[in-house]
Design a protein around this ligand. Structure first.
Ligand SMILES: [Zn+2]
Length: 202
């Protein structure tokens, strides 16, 4: 569950563009685009509106990542910006738009807008990144190793798995956000994926 990022662009002047080549180029460096090859490229003509009409002169960039905004600090914002920069570099008259998959509101995602949000991203990266789901908990647990606030990472029933943004340590809490279990040695022994899963299942 969560908001996924959506990106469109519109050309200043309607014309034929090579979406296949653009897709190949973009997929060669971006880890956040959905690209399965010639039959399923990450850039394609058309933009489906809420009433599923394909709008003329619109192109979709198929992102596979969470949305990021100052109010929803989750997705890989710098990578999202890099996709917009690529579009503008290849197609200087393109107007890039960015939004989430749960609303029909899109931001004009031009350079000035991105720079402003990058500042907010850098300012808040440490304190609020990944904090969108912290509201579910009665309180935010504090990492026992460095006294830093932890961030909700996953949950199952009334148990929550938290991660510390500072030392990347994990802790498991109950519904009252009391820490039930945490790992004894941060830094040295990163939990494996299986260990994280087994903690979440306690
Ligand atoms: Zn920590």
């Amino acid at each position: 569950m969560g908001l996924d990022a959506i990106m469109y662009f519109r050309l200043g002047k309607p014309r034929e563009i090579d979406t296949k080549l653009l897709s190949y180029k973009l997929a060669s460096f971006s880890r956040i685009v959905w690209h399965e090859g010639p039959d399923s490229p990450c850039i394609y003509a058309g933009r489906e509106s809420e009433i599923h009409q394909v709008l003329e002169n619109f192109y979709t960039v198929n992102l596979t990542c969470r949305f990021w905004s100052p109010d929803y600090a989750r997705g890989p914002f710098l990578e999202i910006c890099s996709v917009a920069e690529f579009i503008e570099s290849e197609l200087p008259d393109a107007e890039v738009m960015y939004g989430d998959d749960c609303s029909e509101n899109y931001y004009g995602f031009g350079r000035a807008f991105r720079e402003e949000w990058k500042k907010l991203f850098f300012d808040s990266a440490y304190s609020t990144y990944r904090s969108a789901f912290n509201d579910r908990a009665a309180q935010v647990p504090i990492c026992s190793f460095d006294n830093q606030p932890m961030y909700s990472h996953a949950w199952s029933g009334d148990k929550s798995l938290w991660a510390c943004n500072a030392c990347k340590e994990y802790a498991l809490t109950n519904a009252d956000t009391i820490i039930l279990q945490s790992r004894p040695e941060p830094y040295k022994n990163k939990p494996t994926f299986e260990e994280i899963l087994s903690m979440a299942k306690v």
